[in-house]
Ligand binder design. Structure first.
Ligand code: UGA
Length: 446
């Protein structure tokens, strides 16, 4: 089956990166988003999010006409053979997942499929709790379209994209997971990926939609657990003279069964995925009467890293009340301007609660941080300005720009040079002679 014309619903980082990647390989893509401003912005070649390399590809695919944008489901479905649903699945206040955007998209697609004569494949990429493809998407599409599976196709196909590296991960994924109920749908999607990846098709797992949905949650939960594990060990190291979590991570990471990735101790995990997905899975378990204690502990340890950092800061400068604190890094991780669930922002809020005066810097996320922190902090346009007259500098997001920080610079600019490394990017030996502490380091000079 040759599915050439592609629709993408929802132009967040997942949908927009997918649209651009497909269009850059010659597929004809039409992207839809309900947000009028976002559509206008993308049409002008502007990316609403910072993604490495994305603006360049977007410009190219708009210029060569491979990517079009619309707000009309009818136009989109009439014109295409396959549709990827990439809409958001936000948390409700209790942490359970709000599926209303997925339901809306399914309803609109279903309505438009009523008059579609040709085979059409619907692929859900949004992260959804196990059972949703069958119990919500399929049900709604069939109610609205009057069609039954095999008249149309349906798959759940999770994405494993990292923000900031989304294009790279689309072109070179570790694997493709296809969840489908019927063979035709699975084969149609596999053929589609074969035409996208050419000779380099990654390993493929074809399974039920429920397994595929669970794979996505379990994958993120496992990664979050790995980080929380090393953060738990970091708390142990801090209370053990001579211990250093970086070395411990290196040592256990050499075991191939463990691996070194996602063992960087620090302030913990943030972003739009791990926090939402861990609590989402916990709530899903609850809804079917299953407790997930490892996941509960994963979240608990993550939260405790903020108080851990605050305790180190307090100790380092003798209480943060009234102190001028320079915080380097606001994005939830380097390489993005996203501050959703950023640990740095959480830390800053705690510092403010304790009466500290905070000045912040970030190479990309200043603008987005302003929307959250408003005038509660002051904003510096460069590292030097941020450090000026400060009593303490906290490294909160490990941008490469911050790696070159030198002791002399802190001594020259700060009122009382003191550095708290919350992402373990500095060599403590280079900061001998000034106050220095780091997460997971058993011998800080305090
Ligand atoms: C994560 C997953 O890595 C992707 O595979 C997944 O597709 C995505 O969620 C999603 O569900 O859409 P992302 O949220 O972009 O991607 O961020 P990561 O690079 O995984 O980092 C998450 C958080 O963990 C960041 O706050 C980062 O600073 C922190 N982290 C990561 C650590 O504290 N230590 C580490 O060793 C690694």
């Amino acid at each position: 089956m040759h599915l050439e014309r592609v629709a993408v619903v929802g132009l967040g980082y997942v949908g927009l990166s997918l649209s651009c990647a497909l269009a850059s390989k010659g597929f004809k893509v039409i992207g839809l988003d309900k947000d009028y401003e976002k559509v206008r912005m993308i049409e002008k070649g502007l990316t609403p999010i910072y993604e490495e390399g994305l603006d360049k590809v977007l410009g190219e695919v708009l210029d060569n006409g491979n990517l079009k944008l619309t707000q009309s489901y009818e136009e989109m479905i009439n014109w295409t053979d396959i549709c990827f649903i990439c809409v958001g699945t936000p948390s409700r206040p209790d942490g359970s997942i709000d599926l209303s955007y997925v339901e809306d998209a399914s309803r609109m697609i279903g309505k438009c499929l009523r008059n579609k004569k040709k085979y059409y494949l619907v692929v859900v990429r949004s992260t959804i709790p196990p059972g949703t493809t069958v119990n919500v998407v399929k049900k709604v599409i069939e109610e609205e379209s009057g069609k039954r599976l095999t008249d149309y196709g349906l798959c759940f196909n999770p994405e494993f994209l990292r923000e900031g590296k989304a294009l790279q991960d689309i072109f070179n994924p570790d694997r493709i997971v296809i969840g489908c109920l019927d063979e035709t749908s699975g084969e149609a999607l596999l053929d589609f990926y074969k035409s996208f990846h050419g000779d380099n098709v990654p390993p493929v797992l074809v399974t039920t939609p429920t397994n595929a949905e669970l794979i996505k949650y379990a994958n993120n939960a496992f990664l979050a657990m790995k980080i929380s594990f090393i953060n738990m060990i970091s708390q142990l190291c801090q209370n053990l003279p001579g211990a250093d979590v970086k070395v411990v991570a290196e040592g256990i990471g050499m075991d191939k069964r463990i691996g070194r990735e996602f063992l960087d101790a620090g302030l913990g995990w943030g972003g739009s995925c791990f926090p939402k997905d861990t609590i989402g899975l916990l709530k899903f378990g609850e809804s079917i009467g299953v407790r997930l204690p490892i996941l509960e502990a994963t979240i608990e340890v993550n939260d405790s890293q903020i108080s851990n950092a605050i305790a180190l800061a307090e100790k380092l400068v003798g209480g943060v009340y009234g102190k001028n604190i320079a915080v380097l890094g606001l994005a939830f991780k380097p390489g993005t301007d996203d501050v959703r669930e950023s640990r740095s922002i959480r830390l800053i809020e705690k510092l403010l609660e304790r009466g500290a005066r905070v000045r912040v810097h970030d190479p990309k996320a200043l603008e987005k941080s302003r929307e959250v922190l408003k005038n509660k902090v002051s904003y510096a346009s460069c590292i030097e300005e941020c450090l000026q007259n400060a009593d303490l500098c906290i490294l909160a997001t490990e941008w490469s720009e911050y790696k070159g920080l030198k002791r002399e610079m802190l001594e020259k600019l700060m009122k009382h040079p003191a550095l708290l490394d919350c992402r373990r990017i500095y060599d403590p030996r280079e900061f001998k002679g000034i106050k220095f502490a780091a997460i997971g380091l058993g011998e800080p000079s305090i």
